[in-house]
Ligand binder design. Structure first.
Ligand SMILES: Nc1ncnc2c1ncn2[C@@H]1O[C@H](COP(=O)(O)OP(=O)(O)OP(=O)(O)O)[C@@H](O)[C@H]1O
Ligand SMILES: [Mg+2]
Length: 504
């Protein structure tokens, strides 16, 4: 144990049902640094942080703060030891005001026992100002952007004078400019002596904001060091156990018949005059910043939203889609962006979550064909490297990224002719990302038509044949893949370039 470290965790061991998840793990964090905790999906990052945050107890091992051993018996105790945890799935309550969220469980009361709203609001404003945000403390959280929800969690950490803030994949739901704001904030916190443990699968972020790193692989610590001294390649190699290429996966092939045609689709305040065509075998990307309307556009095409005008043609026939059932019937599938809210059923087993909407495949005379279901699951488990010891456990026992892989597998299994993937690789590690993309490319080769929605230009550049950039609800530019570059796409996505380039 280093005597000078602010935090030292040593010999941490943890098993669930006799499956070892953490083995003799060691983690040292210095004061005033941003420390990256890295590793593949299921490597044990969230579990290790749950132990530090008092959510889980280790089977063995010790935690030292400034050289003194502490026991994090519950989250409250961890909090009083100066540790705040911003979870992978954000924890703010939408139906409460900002100040109520800030003081949840630690409400200020006056001497008569009544809530002291004014003081709570003042304190909230004080901290928000410190964070550089001008916001009404009485605003309801449900009216706010995701990045503000995160901000509330950070503000809460400051309210408790935390010395260590754990951020578990904080940027997976943030737009580009929100990420920048978070990074500025992290730098400010660092300057004031706060340490941050930062979990992310985005290596660029690690380079931009982290000072040092620790890497877990299959529950073991396999490396640590200073970010400046290690190259991203070595770090990736340690994480995944092999090198990962970021080559383009796009395959040139003849596109088939026109399968989906959208004409003049508009929805007040969300998107307007959307025109595009999609062919069999085509992978078409839609990218832009948050608020560009792409998710709302495809939620409308899939029938989640009804308030739109214009025309949708599938196989040259006009269809009226006002319910997801109609979309599925027309052969359109959608993998929604928000896993927790839209795509999984928490109390259902892993295997049933996968077979959920492709039941037809596994049903024989009304009975679910268990063997087929199992075989298909095994197939995806191997292909996408889904880490699960027993597919009959409920899906919430899986790590965040592995839950996402199950959602993707489910849709790869569905027999839709058009599949829309909204932000498919959220929370997926670099190695598995490539595998998911390879699957999508294969689907296209088999003649399926694919739409990818993503805020990351490099992602669409890797697999798409054609790319549409959206800005404020409109398609502002269309590229053939060979003409597109990251800079060019960003130029349009940010509104810096306005002339739409229509390709013939
Ligand atoms: N409550 C639980 N019961 C059983 N197994 C669990 C439980 N919580 C986590 N696990 C298992 O522990 C392993 C590590 O999970 P953890 O959530 O720590 O991974 P992670 O590194 O955070 O991954 P990701 O990047 O996907 O979020 C996984 O194999 C997971 O299935
Ligand atoms: Mg995790």
């Amino acid at each position: 144990m280093s005597e000078h470290s602010l935090l030292t965790m040593t010999n941490i061991n943890k098993s669930f049902n006799r499956v070892t998840v953490l083995k003799d793990v060691k983690l040292c964090v210095e004061q005033g640094e941003v420390h990256a905790l890295l590793g593949e999906n299921g490597a044990g990052k969230s579990t290790l942080m749950n132990i530090l945050g008092g959510v889980l107890q280790p089977d063995e091992g010790s935690i030292y703060l400034n050289g003194k051993e502490v026991k994090m018996l519950n989250p409250r105790l961890a909090q009083s030891n100066g540790i705040s945890f911003i979870h992978q799935e954000l924890n703010v309550v939408a139906d409460l005001a900002i100040y109520e969220n800030m003081f949840l469980g630690v409400e200020l009361r006056n001497k008569f026992g009544f809530l002291n709203v004014r003081d709570m609001c003042d304190k909230t404003t004080e901290i928000m100002t410190k964070l550089g945000v001008d916001i009404d403390p009485k605003e309801y959280v449900r009216n706010l952007d995701t990045s503000y929800k995160q901000l509330i969690e950070i503000a809460k950490a400051l309210l408790h004078n935390s010395s260590i803030i754990i951020m578990d994949e904080p940027t997976s739901a943030l737009a580009e400019h929100e990420v920048e704001r978070l990074f500025d904030l992290m730098r400010k916190l660092k300057e004031s002596g706060v340490s941050i443990i930062y979990i992310s699968h985005k290596l660029k972020e690690i380079q931009a904001v982290c000072d040092s790193y620790t890497i877990l692989r299959d529950g073991e610590m396999v490396g640590s060091g200073k970010v400046k001294e290690g190259s991203l390649e070595t770090i990736t190699k340690l994480m995944v156990g092999k090198s990962v290429s970021d080559k383009r996966l796009y395959q040139e092939h003849e596109l088939g018949a026109k399968i989906l045609e959208v004409k003049n689709l508009s929805s007040p305040g969300l998107f307007k005059q959307i025109d595009f065509t999609l062919h069999q075998g085509e992978i078409l990307g839609f990218t832009g910043l948050a608020g560009d309307g792409r998710s709302e556009l495809f939620e409308s095409i899939f029938g989640f939203r009804k308030n739109y005008t214009g025309e949708i043609k599938v196989n040259n026939e006009v269809v009226k889609i006002n319910h997801p059932k109609k979309a599925l019937k027309a052969g359109i599938g959608l993998v929604p962006k928000d896993r927790k809210e839209n795509a999984i059923i928490k109390d259902l087993s892993v295997i049933h979550n996968m077979s959920l909407s492709s039941m037809g495949h596994f049903e024989k005379k009304g009975f679910i064909h268990e063997k087929t279901e199992k075989d298909r699951f095994q197939h995806y488990k191997d292909q996408l490297n889904i880490k699960v010891h027993d597919p009959n456990v409920t899906i919430d026992k899986l790590s965040g990224g592995n839950q996402q892989k199950v959602v993707i597998a489910k849709w790869l299994e569905v027999n839709a002719n058009v599949i829309i993937f909204d932000n498919p690789t959220q929370g997926i590690d670099v190695g598995a990302k490539t595998e998911i993309y390879e699957h999508i490319v294969q689907l296209a080769e088999q003649g399926k038509a694919i739409i990818i929605l993503s805020s990351e230009a490099p992602e669409v550049l890797r697999i798409c044949h054609n790319i549409n950039v959206m800005y404020h609800g409109e398609i502002i530019a269309r590229f053939k893949r060979e003409d597109a570059s990251e800079d060019e796409i960003m130029g349009y996505a940010t509104g810096a370039k306005k002339e739409a380039e229509i390709i013939g």
